[in-house]
Design a protein around this ligand. Sequence first.
Ligand code: SAM
Length: 226
Amino acid sequence: MATLYIVATPIGNLDDITFRAVEVLKSVDLILCEDTRTTRVLLSRYEISQPVMSYHAQSSLSKIDDVIALLHEGKNIALVSDAGTPAISDPGSLLIAQVREKLGDKVMISPIPGPSALISALSVSGLTGGSFCFYGFLPHKKGRETIFKTIAESSMISAFYESPHRIKKTLDSLVEHIPERKVIIARELTKMFEQVISGTPSELVDYFKTHPDKVRGEFVVLVEGH
Ligand code: SAM
């Protein structure tokens, strides 16, 4: 039976890959990746020379059909994203749903677990409570205010991904909606300038005003529940 492997890859430090992920990537007939140049850096580090094909958010439905046809022929395929776990705020869900629907139990869909920025950030946050709600990337316009209201009312940890371009705007909204709540920002995890900062939203606004050099890289934002 053919297998579609969903393979997690590092979120910064290239050492953060499992033995099994390397084994699987070396064994498959094809590796689907978002940006072939990004993935080739990882593959060459581990001397993996399997063929790659791009599969990203803008890929056409016919590409999914091509992948389904290959699985149907018995080819084993791995899906990776640029970083972290595929299908978590990354492409993959549609492909996986279509493979499941069209091939059913003729194909295995198997996770090769590993890094995810979300879980890495939660693991170092020190936030307690156990349950959390993950919003992925917040919408830029429609629905954005509703999410801040939901976060304000939630007793769960709220988690989302943010870009350096929008972090200030997001913190301003948090100042407005939850001025007293503790917020943790996990930045550049596993990379050279890794940083975890915590404070109220206005303390974090002040921090980034006085440290403009820190408004870069990749961010996970966690808000404690009330
Ligand atoms: N699927 C990935 C995962 O499981 O981590 C997430 C992909 S999403 C397109 C990319 C976002 O994840 C970034 O914009 C940032 O918010 C977050 N992220 C990725 N790597 C990170 C890192 N090393 N440190 C902090 N946040 C990171």
